[in-house]
Design a protein around this ligand. Structure first.
Ligand code: FRU
Length: 316
């Protein structure tokens, strides 16, 4: 065997042992977790779910970085994890396109990457875990069309007037929650009279809803891509004394957030979007132990309404 071929074989053997064998540093596997933002309760919950699952495995250590909703900062933080030679990366990316290259680079350098909740482009990662946002959007659209059909004005042949407050449209859940929703309401007597990108943020949603209220005397329902957005819209309507005329629907369904709003009847419905934190740690363990894992893991969702929230909602 030539010198060159021998060194290639050695490199391949080393790469294989690095994956299926021992941690790169010390006696614990180091997992780098790149979180795009911790401003929303849902993301705080994701990190808590990861930490709780990891604590049950003393052989794991998770290092968290928070990009504070800044794409460039998140790209840099992924690079820092790569330079530190973590054993595995979990990434919940802010935006799809700009975070594709740093994720792909980590993957090409031999670091397994679990992409969580928001997608990157292409296939240069080990596994994607998340609920099907298109399906959730469709379920929300079907639920909304049914709920609006029960309004007296609609029974008399009227059309419903709806506001859509979208999540960041450079992130895949925003795109999918919009597309699924529009598929479902196609043909229904529903007009979207105002739409805006509130970037997943409650204060943005509140501001956009103030504009929607200013130019629309009648609004029947607000479909917001997350519960902070739905709550921001509710607060704007309340400040204008119009919250009683409008139904609010959101997505996430955290017990302490969306489900609580539904119990208080601020929201007419919230659709669950599981964080996937527990599943990401389970996958990480399998990958680190040399098992192969599927490229995609689809998480289930439920709908919470005032009628079903006490018994844990209904599956989609
Ligand atoms: C939090 C969040 C959630 C939403 C998810 C989508 O940053 O906006 O509310 O469901 O991200 O990726």
């Amino acid at each position: 065997m030539s010198k060159h071929a021998l060194s290639l074989v050695l490199t391949l053997c080393l790469a294989a042992t690095a994956l299926a064998g021992k941690p790169r540093h010390g006696d614990k596997w180091i997992i780098g977790m790149s979180q795009c933002n911790l401003g929303e309760p849902w993301r705080v919950q994701m990190n808590a779910d990861i930490l709780k699952a990891a604590r049950a495995h003393p052989e794991l250590e998770v290092v968290f970085k928070d990009a504070q909703n800044d794409t460039l900062a998140q790209a840099a933080q992924i690079g820092e994890f790569v330079n530190a030679e973590v054993d595995l990366l979990i990434v919940s990316p802010k935006e799809a396109a700009p975070l594709t290259p740093p994720v792909a680079e980590a993957f090409r350098r031999g670091i397994p990457v679990v992409v969580l909740d928001r997608r990157v482009l292409g296939g240069d990662y080990t596994q994607f875990i998340g609920a099907d946002n298109r399906r959730i959007g469709r379920a929300a659209g079907e639920w909304i069309a049914r709920r609006l059909a029960a309004l007296p004005r609609m029974k008399a042949g009227g059309r419903a007037r709806l506001v859509e407050l979208k999540g960041l449209m450079t992130s895949t859940p925003g795109q999918d929650r919009d597309a699924g929703f529009r598929e479902a309401i196609k043909g229904a007597p529903v007009d979207i009279v105002f739409e805006a990108d509130m970037k997943w943020l409650e204060p943005e949603a509140r501001k956009e809803m103030e504009s929607a209220l200013a130019v629309n005397e009648q609004i029947d329902l607000v479909y917001a891509h997350n519960d902070p957005g739905a709550h921001g819209a509710y607060l704007a309507a309340k400040a204008a004394g119009r919250e009683g005329d409008i139904l609010f629907v959101g997505i996430d369904g955290l017990p302490q957030e969306g489900q609580a709003y539904v119990r208080q009847r601020l929201l007419a419905a919230s659709f669950e979007y599981p964080t996937g934190g527990k599943e990401a740690v389970a996958s990480a363990l399998r990958i680190l132990n040399g098992e192969s894992v599927p490229k995609e893991v689809a998480l289930e969702s439920r709908v919470f309404t005032p009628d079903n929230v006490a018994r844990g909602g209904d599956s989609l």
